[in-house]
Write a protein that binds this ligand. Structure first.
Ligand code: DGJ
Length: 368
């Protein structure tokens, strides 16, 4: 028992910040080389006593990918060491991850069955703007890479959502796209809810854009992404080795136009924070909760409060990191005219009446 106590204390100390533990949202965040961290739309993996921050490398003048997915490591979440490029984009013309493609929101999980690290990201093929709407998968033997690109594709081709009933499937037959040429009408929204775009993409696979990954306590992992022209989120279960979708998925908030999903679980409740769809411009965050990952999900008011709440403090969600007994909300302040200068907003998630609340802080201490 005593041994367990010391191990627990040591583990807490090891993962805790002990030097200058100040987080300064929205400011330049220098790495070990005194260069602003270049890991946008990112996420964090905790593995073997270290935090690994993966994100999009952004150039000064374009948001397209000319380097790939970067990786930084830290013992304390404040001081980060640049470990270079975890997944490099390719020089080969026509390669799915050719330099100049759009490669966004990479996230990494460790798979304990294969002892490999699995990366998912949003991929748009070079020269095709945002029309491909694919996810990409890459694997590595080491957390920092190099990651080997496996494939990219749309999601769950020829699979219905696992909660679709026989009636839901039959109702798809009645949806004739010619009857819904006018977008944003009540009639059109109802058809979207029923699966107008799900039906459109059934054969070739569902669109897959803004995304995150989530590893549940039972070892099952999920890919959560904006689908159906960014109108509807999908939550797709991964195979045991995490390198593919298992084919089981659900739709969340059909027609709700959610991007930038970031998820966490507290006391048996799943919380999902998202944004609306306004390109690089910030908008008000949205929040959902569920008792089971496959729902039903219910929507709550914007978790942000105070000045700046209606624009998520100028930022857009990307990840929620469990830290000590709590959670850190991570978001990006995009700078589309100078992409590499985009900033990071990390805020502690507070709880009021059991619901997550986000408040702006000029700075805060990880030990508070
Ligand atoms: C919003 C998304 O959240 C970003 O990742 C990026 O795809 C921009 N849209 C592009 O406009």
């Amino acid at each position: 028992m005593k041994y367990f106590y010391y191990i627990t204390i040591l583990t807490v100390l090891f993962y805790s910040c002990s030097t200058d533990c100040t987080i300064k949202p929205g400011q330049i965040w220098a790495d070990n080389n005194n260069v602003h961290i270049n890991a946008h739309g990112g996420g964090i993996l905790k593995y073997n006593g270290l935090y690994y921050w993966f994100g999009e490398h952004k150039a000064d003048t374009t948001s397209s990918a000319y380097v790939g997915v970067t990786c930084y490591s830290s013992k304390d979440l404040v001081n980060w060491t640049d470990l270079g490029t975890a997944l490099k984009v390719s020089d080969e013309p026509g390669n799915e991850i050719e330099k100049g493609c759009i490669l966004e929101r990479p996230k990494v999980l460790y798979n304990s069955l294969t002892n490999k690290f699995v990366m998912y990201f949003h991929l748009e093929l070079k020269g095709q703007d945002y029309s491909a709407a694919r996810y990409g998968v890459a694997v590595s033997e080491n957390p920092e890479g190099p990651y080997k690109f496996l494939y990219s594709c749309r999601a769950d081709a020829e699979k219905y959502p696992c909660d679709f009933t026989a009636e839901d499937i039959a109702a798809l037959d009645t949806l004739n796209p010619d009857n819904y040429r006018d977008w944003w009408t009540d009639k059109w929204f109802k058809a979207i809810e029923q699966g107008l775009f799900l039906k459109r993409d059934f054969k070739g696979g569902q669109m897959s854009r803004d995304m995150t990954l989530f590893l549940d306590d039972d070892g099952k992992a999920y890919h959560i992404f904006s689908s159906e022209d960014n109108l509807t989120l999908h939550i797709a279960e991964l195979t045991d080795d995490f390198t593919a979708h298992s084919g089981w998925y659900v739709r969340v908030a059909p027609g709700g136009q959610n991007e930038a999903p970031a998820i966490f679980k507290k006391d048996g409740t799943y919380w999902l924070i998202t944004s609306g769809c306004t390109g690089w411009a910030p908008n008000a965050a949205r929040m959902f909760s569920a008792k089971k990952i496959f729902g039903p999900w219910s929507q709550h008011p914007n978790p942000c409060v105070g000045e700046g709440a209606d624009t998520t403090f100028g930022a857009q969600s990307t990840f929620v990191l469990p830290y000590k007994d709590g959670f850190i909300f991570m978001a990006d302040i995009w700078r589309p005219n100078h992409p590499s200068d985009a900033r990071y907003v990390w805020l502690p998630i507070e709880f009021s009446d059991g619901k997550p609340v986000l408040k702006w802080r000029e700075q805060w201490n990880l030990n508070e």
